[in-house]
Design a protein. Structure first.
Lengths: 110, 111
């Protein structure tokens, strides 16, 4: 089992819809979780951090964490074409190492 | 508002050359990292450092070395560049708690 897994996509959603990106992890002791956005040819940019169970909202973005299910998700409301990018899930494990998932490619169709 | 600076955006080097990739951060972070990113392989950790003059091997250190003489600067060295080291190289820094801040990346081509 890979340490951090994501659906590779591509995920296509119409403009204005909710995009849902999912991530699972294997280390039950993990405590810190991050979402990065990476535009084609650019470097990853941190957009959300979440450390406790539940939801964390920042503008159109909501991160959700369920440690019992070892699952973290990112919801993007009112998706815009400018949200089209690859989204990387990253998990800081119990042995203090950050593991990146392979990324999910999101395409928002106008 | 640039916080992690990589010295070159694009670089072309010849096989066998010694290559230096420089990274500087202005956030006083203890931790610095070098990754390479290739299509279909994701981000792979080459080396990291948690303190000045300290370095640790990541998942793919072969063919690389690093130097951290000052807290703000972390250099990646390709001892003898090979074509399979053609890649996007990403430097990142962080404190103990928060996520990484990445530099803009260096796209290295070895011919």
């Amino acid at each position: 089992q890979k340490e951090v897994e994501q659906n590779s996509g591509p995920l296509s959603v119409p403009e204005g819809a909710i995009a849902s990106l999912n991530c699972t992890y294997s280390d039950r002791g993990s405590q810190s979780f991050f979402w990065y956005r990476q535009y084609s040819g650019k470097s990853p940019e941190l957009i959300m951090s979440i450390y406790s169970n539940g939801d964390k909202e920042d503008g159109r973005f909501t991160a959700q964490l369920n440690k019992a299910s070892q699952y973290v998700s990112l919801l993007i409301r009112d998706s815009q074409p400018s949200d089209s990018a690859t989204y990387l899930c990253a998990v800081k494990t119990s042995y203090d190492k950050v593991i990146f998932g392979p990324g999910t490619s999101l395409s928002v169709i106008p | 508002d640039v916080k992690v600076t990589q010295s070159s955006r694009y670089l072309v080097k010849r096989t066998g050359e010694k290559v230096f990739l420089e990274c500087v951060q202005d956030m006083d972070h203890e931790n610095m990292f070098w990754y390479r990113q290739d299509p279909g392989l994701g981000l792979r950790l080459i080396y990291f450092s948690y303190d000045v003059k300290m370095k640790e091997k990541g998942d793919i250190p072969e063919g690389y070395s690093v130097s951290r003489e000052k807290k703000e600067r972390f250099s990646l060295i390709l001892e003898s560049a090979s074509t399979n080291q053609t890649s996007m190289y990403l430097c990142a820094s962080s404190d103990r708690v928060h996520g990484y801040t990445f530099g803009s990346g260096t796209r290295l081509t070895v011919v």
